[in-house]
Write a protein that binds this ligand. Structure first.
Ligand code: SF4
Length: 477
């Protein structure tokens, strides 16, 4: 492809031919793959498919149900690989809505030649249905991987309300979602137990917790911004969510409310339902009266997940008068770890679904996540590679969520030892647990690259320390 540009060089206008940009932009029409290619859904009608109730009732929760949907074309070797992962490695139980399963291998049916290979390679499969052979055999987990790797529970002002940043809080209303992602940062709390991971349980009942959150916010006028999350707010009965957001709108100091829901993509049928749309209209009207911004934050990692139904759900939400729908994806190896994948995703969101590409988080250091994680250097290269193609306001920032610090742009690192894969970060505010800490603003906080990516001497350094490691050992050299 060749593009004719005009450029001023010196005093003369000179024609310049630019060929072969690293990324070739082109609009792509969104596609809702035909779900009837799956034998188990051969007779499912469009009306059933577009019903949130049907979607919820037909989520795939185990290998038996996956076999029922995919039929004999799903290979036994794949099922055995999946079964072993669930038994030995998985931190999240399986829960895949039909909408999401249908976006995997969109152009082939189970049983067609190459389907199994395409399923193994599929970006959505890689994070929604992880198999044992996906994971690293040498370092499945980083030695410093932890449950609740962001220490959110340590910063709970009241149960479920994380006060990490000076002016904003995260409200975890519930511990469930309509879909469970293999790499979930909140694997400590969210979802059902797996054979290797028990889940933290909230101590208080839901209504008492939510009331305590509102009371804290009323008493803490320095907080202006509330991320209403979970889990996924799509799993809270609508009247309860609407009541909570209405209570937030009555707290005079709150100016921004963000509703976190991957289900806008994973189960757009939920957000297209009459009750939810009417309720969002009421909330949108009240927010405008109060001069408060409500936005929806969703979580899309691959361009193929952006289908016409997702675009319809995003448009339905914008039509209720809320301020914006934004995407916070996660950077994952094998899913979106190339400039093409990130730009395809961003353009599909921005051009076709009116969803603002906003953040791409580096995958957090939870157990079993090494095969998904990228090094900081790789993330920096990706940020560089995607600059200049999208409008500035829609160029996603790639961020590292540094434990005890918070989100930092990947180029904000203060020191970085690429031999040992240790980056050091500083911050300019105190978290909720550092009120009396004189060193909070001068201390450096570490973050770690995957060890298998390091040069051999760096890997050896970690192997030697891992042999006689104690949990308290400080590895910052
Ligand atoms: S939707 Fe979000 S909270 Fe739910 S499992 Fe996925 S990453 Fe975790």
């Amino acid at each position: 492809m060749s593009v004719r540009l005009s450029s001023w060089i010196g005093l003369g206008k000179v024609g310049l031919t630019v060929t072969d940009q690293p990324y070739a932009y082109q609009r792509r029409e969104l596609i809702e793959p035909d779900w009837r290619r799956f034998p188990g859904w051969a007779d499912v009608t469009a009306a059933q498919w577009e019903s949130a109730q049907w979607q919820r009732a037909h989520c795939v929760k185990n290998i038996r149900q996956l076999r029922q949907v995919a039929g004999p074309g799903l290979s036994e070797a794949f099922c055995a690989d999946l079964e072993r992962d669930q038994r030995e490695r998985a931190t999240m139980s399986m829960l895949v809505p039909p909408q999401m399963l249908n976006t995997m291998v969109p152009a082939a049916a189970p049983g067609e030649p190459g389907f199994t290979e395409a399923l193994y390679a599929d970006p959505v499969r890689r994070y929604m249905i992880p198999v044992f052979s996906d994971r690293r055999a040498d370092w499945p987990s980083h030695p410093y991987a932890t449950r609740d790797s962001l220490h959110e529970a340590e910063m709970w002002a009241v149960e479920g309300l994380t006060h990490r940043y000076p002016t904003k809080v995260l409200a975890e209303l519930l511990p469930t979602c309509p879909q469970y992602c293999g790499h979930c940062t909140r694997m400590d709390l969210v979802g059902n137990p797996t054979p290797t991971i028990g889940k933290h349980k909230f101590g208080q009942g839901r209504d008492d917790r939510l009331a305590a959150m509102i009371a804290y916010l009323k008493a803490t006028p320095g907080v202006r911004d509330v991320v209403v999350s979970g889990g996924d707010v799509a799993n809270l009965p609508w009247p309860r969510l609407e009541a909570f957001v209405t209570d937030l709108l009555d707290v005079g100091s709150i100016r921004d409310i963000r509703l976190a829901t991957k289900a806008l993509m994973g189960m757009p049928q939920h957000w297209l339902g009459d009750e939810v749309r009417a309720g969002m209209e009421r909330l949108g009207a009240r927010a405008r009266e109060r001069g408060v911004s409500i936005a929806i934050h969703t979580h899309v990692n691959a361009a193929q997940s952006v289908t016409p139904l997702v675009a319809r759900a995003a448009q339905a939400m914008l039509d209720t008068g809320i301020r914006d729908v934004r995407n916070q994806g996660v950077l994952l190896r094998g899913v979106n770890d190339s400039p093409e994948a990130l730009l395809d995703l961003s353009f599909a969101l921005l051009d076709e679904a009116k969803i603002m590409p906003y953040y791409l988080y580096m995958c957090d250091m939870i157990p079993g996540s090494e095969h998904w994680r990228l090094s900081l250097a790789e993330a920096q290269r990706l940020q560089h590679a995607i600059m200049g193609y999208l409008p500035g306001f829609a160029t996603p920032r790639i961020v590292c969520d540094v434990p005890y610090v918070g989100k930092r742009w990947v180029h904000q690192v203060s020191r970085y030892d690429t031999d040992l894969g240790i980056s050091h970060w500083t911050k300019n505010y105190r978290t909720g647990i550092e009120a009396g800490d004189p060193l909070a603003l001068s201390r450096e906080y570490p973050y770690y690259d995957p060890i298998y990516l390091l040069p051999e001497h760096g890997q050896r350094w970690w192997r030697e320390r891992d042999r006689d490691r104690s949990p308290e050992l400080t590895l910052v050299p």
